[in-house]
Design a protein around this ligand. Structure first.
Ligand SMILES: CC(C)(COP(=O)(O)OP(=O)(O)OC[C@H]1O[C@@H](n2cnc3c(N)ncnc32)[C@H](O)[C@@H]1OP(=O)(O)O)[C@@H](O)C(=O)NCCC(=O)NCCS
Length: 161
């Protein structure tokens, strides 16, 4: 069966709770670099700051009009660092790979940003597969914030003029 089509839209302040649910889900925490618990108050402050930060892009992944995931790009020098999560019951249907490919194809990034880069825990095979399917290069061992990870990169396709 062909997987249903996802839609993507920019996140708004009304998505704080959805984002919190996605970020605090057990596997999402385990696979993130910082595994510390996230109090709601801390999340709401962080989310408001991120929404207002011109170097960050936050998108909600929707299926049939409902939020099923989130994807974020943070510009760091010549890289845009990507992070993604799909709601627990919706994983393994191709939505993660689709969303990543969509963001790579459409993200308008400032001149000077050359690559979109993912930092993934080496045991996160599903994430590595999703990024591979979305056209990222092979995983390369690296360290990010003191955590052993693999790096995967994709050239920036659309540059802001
Ligand atoms: C990682 C994540 C975003 C991937 O999204 P997803 O929608 O589940 O992944 P996809 O369905 O697009 O799967 C991509 C590939 O992974 C592989 N895959 C699927 N399920 C898998 C599983 N249980 N174990 C290993 N690989 C798996 C498949 O090869 C699949 O490709 P295929 O459709 O050609 O078979 C999602 O699983 C998630 O939110 N995980 C928790 C948070 C997380 O790890 N975020 C990423 C941090 S770097």
């Amino acid at each position: 069966m062909t997987p249903s089509e996802i839609a993507m839209r920019p996140a708004t302040a009304a998505d704080a709770e959805l984002w919190y649910q996605l970020s605090t889900e057990a596997l999402a925490r385990e696979m993130s670099l910082s595994r510390a618990a996230i109090p709601w108050e801390e999340h709401t402050k962080w989310f408001a700051l991120k929404l207002g930060d011109p170097s960050s892009t936050l998108e909600v992944i929707e299926l049939d009009g409902r939020g099923i995931g989130q994807i974020r790009l943070d510009i760091e020098g010549e890289h845009a660092v990507i992070s993604v999560s799909i709601a627990k019951g919706r994983r393994g249907h191709g939505f993660g790979a689709q969303a990543i490919a969509r963001v790579v194809g459409a993200a308008r990034l400032p001149p000077g940003v050359r690559t979109i880069r993912a930092y993934i825990r080496p045991e996160n095979t599903r994430s590595i597969q999703a990024f591979t399917k979305a056209g990222f290069g092979p995983p390369t061992p690296s360290v990010r914030r003191g955590v052993a990870v693999v790096e995967m990169s994709h050239a920036v396709l659309v540059q802001d003029s």
